[in-house]
Design a protein around this ligand. Structure first.
Ligand code: URA
Length: 430
């Protein structure tokens, strides 16, 4: 049978700032998934969308077509309400690790399908894979069993979850077409809606370490995603949060697991605890569980830690095993007395990536122990010669390139200066 449309006509329509109708969108997504629309045609279309945008109707239909390219999961067999969180990606963003068990300890079910890092942002699965024995791939039945038994599961999305997005995301990554609000919103929301969660909290990062560098574009992305979720029947809100400086004191896989375990033990850096508790409260409220156990109490009384240990063990991991440590390290010292005013998230992310924590091509293996440990955060008073950062890697030859990435990443102002510190949570979009 002949095809309903011609890809070149569709590309021309978007190139000339026209609108695609529903049937054209359904066809192009389906034909791309079937291999009838070629990668070079889809990349031209993605570039036309990046340059000329899409209407709300087009974005909604595009998202829906990507959901229909695969399977929509459903959790109706569970006794607990489902609620999830998605972050648009940042540096040191390990929040999913303490968050999922905390929310489960407060009575909800968290079906978290996560990804791997690419470029300077880390991926949740890479972090968890630094725990000896832990495996990311679960069948649908295994996922349901862990969710029903433990209340939280973090695993890789199967190949049948929004397969159109899998192909398109990999293509965008190599064609300079990631940074488009319609394409990011539809990519994230197609996966989250297909995942079958009843409620969703979006953590939209803003700043140097995020896709969205300014508050206005982050707000526009958040509003687009919230309306896509709400229209699809998923109770959705978004927080805009600061990614000008990394979250917590570590960026790198095993380093971030260690910090998450500190948070689950009732300690850990203030910003990681604050964001975990804030996101958990939002997730529970959307699931209709506000007024029950408070997330701060679950972190303080060991119940979130109990869920963490069971969740890791259910996926073959040993929660008591020692985490891998990198073979080499190098410490950067403060060059002068003063106040640390800047610690740039993007540059720290690039340094961690160059040390081996991230990958430059899909499928590359990452080093579990590599990354950057921060000894101070903006606002801290420092003395000349004190440690600022420690770089960790298995491969000493990587240290010079990481140090290059850190040129200008930290600023020490004269003693008595008052740094202009941004709040962690910038806005809430409902
Ligand atoms: N994360 C996604 O899943 N898709 C994007 O387009 C950007 C971030």
């Amino acid at each position: 049978m002949g095809e309903l449309f011609d890809a070149v006509d569709i590309i021309r329509t978007k190139r000339d700032r026209g609108e695609l109708d529903d049937r054209q969108i359904d066809w192009v997504i389906d034909a791309y998934t079937r291999g009838v629309v070629a990668d070079e045609q889809m990349s031209a279309l993605a570039m036309a969308i990046l340059l000329n945008g899409m209407s709300r109707r087009e974005i909604a239909r595009w998202t829906d077509a990507m959901i229909r390219s695969g399977r929509r999961m459903q959790w109706s067999g569970l006794t607990r309400p489902t609620t999830d969180k998605h972050s648009t990606g940042g540096v040191g963003d390990k929040i999913t690790l303490p968050l999922a068990p905390t929310v489960a300890a407060c009575g909800a079910a968290v079906p978290q399908l996560s990804g791997r890092g690419l470029g300077h942002t880390g991926g949740t699965l890479d972090k968890l894979e630094s725990i000896p024995g832990w495996r990311a791939s679960l069948s649908g039945d295994e996922m349901l069993a862990v969710l029903a038994d433990v209340g939280a599961v973090i695993c890789a999305a199967g190949d049948d979850l929004a397969p159109a997005d899998k192909r398109l995301y990999a293509l965008r990554d190599v064609t300079g077409t990631v940074e488009s609000i319609p394409l990011i919103a539809s990519s994230i929301m197609s996966k989250k809606i297909a995942e079958g969660t009843g409620a969703l909290v979006l953590d939209v990062k803003v700043g140097s370490g995020a896709f969205m560098k300014d508050v206005e574009s982050a707000r526009s992305l958040a509003e687009t995603m919230v309306s896509l979720g709400t229209d699809a029947g998923v109770r959705t809100i978004a927080l805009l949060t600061n990614m000008q400086t990394p979250l917590g004191l570590t960026a790198g896989n095993a380093l971030e697991v260690r910090e998450s375990v500190e948070v689950l033990s009732g300690g850990g850096p203030e910003d990681v605890v604050e964001l975990t508790v804030r996101l958990a409260r939002e997730m529970l409220a959307l699931a209709g569980l506000d007024g029950g156990k408070d997330p701060a109490d679950a972190l303080g009384d060991g119940t979130a830690m109990d869920v963490w240990r069971r969740m890791i063990a259910a996926q073959g991991g040993d929660p008591d095993a020692a985490l891998p440590q990198a073979r080499e390290s190098h410490t950067v010292l403060a060059p002068a007395d003063g106040v640390l005013t800047t610690l740039d998230a993007y540059q720290i992310g690039v340094a961690a990536w160059r040390l081996g924590a991230g990958r430059s091509t899909q499928g590359e293996t990452v080093q579990a122990g590599a990354g950057v440990e921060m000894h101070v955060k903006p606002g801290a008073v420092v003395r000349a010669g004190e440690p600022l950062l420690t770089l960790h890697t298995d491969d000493a030859a990587r240290i010079d390139r990481a140090l290059e990435a850190l040129t200008g990443a930290y600023v020490i102002a004269p003693s008595g200066s008052r740094p202009d510190l941004q709040p962690l949570v910038i806005d809430r979009i409902a």
